[in-house]
Design a binder for this molecule. Structure first.
Ligand code: SF4
Length: 287
């Protein structure tokens, strides 16, 4: 898929959260509009592809707006948004990012996330959640380490299964093995790492998978597309090619009961370190 890349200056970069994200963070921050992983496996069931405010009817994965002044916008908004968040939400917590990936390959050229992280090192939030689908986050280990000393940092790495491929669907943006390596590297550096199994895909060997998660991360979040894709019954994802491909591997995986079975396995292997759906994203884990 060809990708149209453009640069843009934004007036603001810190967005006050609403909806499901409200319980997770006070603000979200998108260094890019669009996501060039949209043509990869995670893009097939990506919830953002249904957001016409973001896509403006363009094909998901085919465009990228680079917000070149994101760090300046952060610095401009910092004091007012921090004060608002502490007053209204209890703490200034930023989710980076909910509708793009902060560590896209284009980041090597444009460095927008890098500049935002540098701005945060100078003016830290109370809490920062880095949410990514790629091992490329490990290239920012030093910045993560500095931020972990300044704020409550959690690095969420999505690893949805032990499989790299589902029948008929594109490969992932980052191989499962490399994402696990990145998780281990960050954790070894003292950074709190959460593996987000979101959306949960069919897992070949659940016990071996969650044992590897337990060794690589501090916690795990398990989220099924049903109850997890922003529609109550998973109808958004049902319109994509994802459920049919999941069913070809394991028909049971398309029902919510599959999530409960995987949660039970995970809780046995890593008790007290398992979160479910939005509660887990917010850092609240089952006892
Ligand atoms: S990285 Fe995230 S935002 Fe980008 S396509 Fe994948 S799921 Fe969607």
């Amino acid at each position: 898929m060809g990708v149209t890349v453009c640069t843009a200056e934004v007036k603001s970069i810190l967005t006050r959260t609403s909806g499901y994200l409200k319980t997770v963070a006070s603000h979200s921050l998108q260094p890019y509009r669009g996501c060039t992983f949209g043509g990869a496996l995670c893009g097939v069931g990506c919830y953002v592809r249904h957001n016409r405010f973001v896509t403006r009817d363009r094909e998901w994965g085919s465009f990228l707006e680079v917000r070149v002044n994101a760090a300046d916008a952060y610095r401009t908004q910092y004091a007012a948004e921090r004060d608002w968040a502490r007053r209204r939400r209890g703490r200034f917590a930023i989710f980076l990012s909910s509708s793009t990936d902060p560590f896209l390959p284009q980041e090597d050229r444009f460095g927008v996330t890098r500049s935002v992280l540098d701005a945060m090192i100078a003016q830290a939030p109370d809490e920062l959640i880095l949410q990514t689908h790629t091992h490329r986050v490990a290239a920012h280990l030093d910045r993560c380490r500095q931020l972990a000393a300044l704020c409550d940092l959690r690095c969420h790495i999505s690893i949805e299964s032990d499989r790299d491929r589902l029948p008929g669907l594109p490969p992932p943006a980052s191989p499962v093995r490399r994402r696990f390596e990145a998780a281990r590297a960050l954790r070894r550096a003292g950074i709190r790492v959460v593996v987000t199994v979101s959306p949960l895909l069919p897992i070949g060997d659940p016990r071996a998978f969650f044992r590897e998660v337990a060794e690589s991360a501090d916690a795990v979040v398990i989220d099924h597309f049903i109850e997890g894709d922003g529609s109550r019954d998973g109808s958004r994802t049902a319109r994509t090619a994802l459920p049919a491909a999941m069913a070809l591997v394991d028909p049971a995986s398309t029902a919510l009961d599959y999530r409960e079975r995987m949660v039970a396995v995970a809780r046995e292997i890593m008790p007290g370190r398992v979160g479910v759906s939005i509660e887990g994203f917010a850092g609240r884990f089952l006892a």
